[in-house]
Write a protein that binds this ligand. Structure first.
Ligand code: 2NL
Length: 340
C-alpha cells in the first residue's frame, strides 16, 4: 500500500518537474513533494504505524524516491540556469575588435564656409587677408572714409556707440583704412569679419552681420579691372559664369560708385519671384576709391588709385541655401546647424 503511494508520488512529481518552464515554476513542486510538510514527510510520518519488517523495506524505498527526486530537481534547475546564461551571452556580447565610434564631429558654420572659399579665391589672386578690431575709433569707421560729420549712418539710430566715443564697426572698411596706413601700395587686400548695426531684429534684419570688403590700389586702376575681379569672384561663388550690370550708386568712399547686379540665376533673366520679375538681383556695392579716402590715409591720388567693394556674406549664404529667416544664422540651433 505504502509502496504504491511512494511510486505514484515519484511518478507524478517527475512529470511536474519535466513540465515546469522556469525555476519559479519548479519551486512550488519541490516544496509540495520534499518540503517539511510535503507529501514525502507525510508518508514518512505514517510509516510509524507499520510493522518493523514493512517499515524497513518501505523506508528504503522512501529514501530512494527522495534521492531520485532531489537529483531530478537539481538537474532541472541547472538546465534553467544554463539556458538563462546562454540567452544572456547571446544578447550581451560586444565585439571588442570593432573600431571605436570616435568623437562626434561638428561642422563649420555656413558663413564660415563661404568666407573660407572667398578668402582662398582672393589669396589665389594675390590679395592679403586682413583682420582688425570690432571696436573701432570714430576716425577709422567714418572720418577716414570721407563720411561727413552729419552723415546719417553716424546717427545713434544706425550705429552702436560706446560711452567713450568708440563704435562697434558698421562695416569692415576700417580694416582697409588700417591696411593703407600700414602697407605701401601697390596693395591688394580683403577684410572679412563681423559688423554691427543698430537694427530692430526681424526675419531680414540682424544687428550682427558678416561681410568681406576688398580693395586693390595700383597705378591706373579702372572700372574694367573692377569688373574683371568681380566677375571672377562671382563665378567662384556661384560656380558658373554670371552676367553682371552696373547701376550708379552713391557712397562717400567711392567715386564713381556702383550697385552691381547679377542676372537672376533662378530664371536666367526672364523674370521670377526671386528677382521680383526684373531678371536682375542686386548683389554688391562697389566703385573706384574716392581720391579723398586715399589722401586721408597718406596716399597721393595723382600716383595711385584703386577699386573697392563690399560683399554681404549673410545675404549670400541665405541665397545659396534658400534660408528665409536671418535669425537662424545666429541662433545656435543645432537642428539648423547640423544641415551644413
Ligand atoms: C557695404 C559697403 C562698399 C566699400 C564698401 C571701401 C573701403 C575703403 C575705401 C573705399 Cl577703405 N571703399 N569699401 C566700397 C564700396 C562699397 O560697400 O556695406 N557693402 C555691403
Amino acid at each position: 500500500m505504502v509502496e504504491k503511494e511512494i511510486g505514484e508520488l515519484q511518478a507524478k512529481t517527475l512529470a511536474a518537474i519535466a513540465a515546469a518552464r522556469s525555476t519559479e515554476e519548479l519551486e512550488p513542486v519541490r516544496v509540495a513533494a520534499l518540503g517539511r510538510k510535503g507529501t514525502l514527510a507525510q508518508i514518512s510520518k505514517e510509516m510509524g504505524k507499520l510493522s518493523p519488517e514493512l517499515r524497513a523495506s518501505a523506508g528504503k524505498l522512501l529514501n530512494a524516491a527522495k534521492q531520485a527526486l532531489e537529483e531530478a530537481f537539481e538537474r532541472r534547475k541547472q538546465e534553467f540556469e544554463q539556458s538563462a546564461l546562454r540567452a544572456r551571452l547571446e544578447a550581451e556580447w560586444i565585439d571588442l575588435t570593432l573600431p571605436a565610434p570616435g568623437p562626434r564631429l561638428g561642422s563649420l558654420h555656413p558663413i564660415t564656409q563661404i568666407q573660407a572659399e572667398i578668402e582662398d579665391l582672393f589669396v589665389s589672386l594675390g590679395f592679403m587677408v586682413l583682420d582688425g578690431p570690432e571696436v573701432e575709433t570714430e576716425y577709422h569707421n567714418f572720418d577716414a572714409l570721407n563720411m561727413p560729420p552729419d552723415h546719417p549712418a553716424r546717427d545713434a539710430q544706425d550705429t552702436f556707440w560706446l560711452t567713450d566715443g568708440h563704435v562697434l564697426r558698421t562695416h569692415t572698411s576700417p580694416v582697409q583704412v588700417r591696411g593703407m596706413e600700414r602697407f605701401q601700395p601697390p596693395l591688394r587686400m580683403i577684410a572679412p569679419g563681423r559688423a554691427f548695426r543698430n537694427e530692430s531684429v526681424d526675419a531680414s534684419h540682424e544687428h550682427t552681420f558678416y561681410q568681406i570688403e576688398g580693395m586693390m590700389i595700383d597705378h591706373d586702376v579702372s572700372v574694367a579691372h573692377l569688373l574683371y575681379f568681380m566677375k571672377t569672384l562671382l563665378a567662384g561663388i556661384f560656380r558658373r559664369e554670371v552676367t553682371v550690370r552696373l547701376r550708379p550708386g552713391f557712397f562717400p568712399f567711392v567715386e564713381p560708385g556702383f550697385e552691381l547686379d547679377i542676372q537672376c540665376l533662378i530664371c536666367g533673366g526672364s523674370g521670377c519671384p526671386v528677382c521680383k520679375q526684373s531678371g536682375w538681383v542686386e548683389l554688391l556695392p562697389c566703385g573706384l576709391v574716392n581720391p579723398n579716402v586715399l589722401r586721408i590715409s597718406g596716399l597721393d591720388p595723382d600716383r595711385w588709385n584703386g577699386f573697392a567693394f563690399g560683399l554681404g556674406l549673410t545675404r549670400l549664404v541665405m541665397m545659396r541655401y534658400g534660408i528665409d529667416d536671418i535669425r537662424l544664422l545666429q541662433s545656435g540651433d543645432l537642428r539648423f546647424l547640423q544641415q551644413f
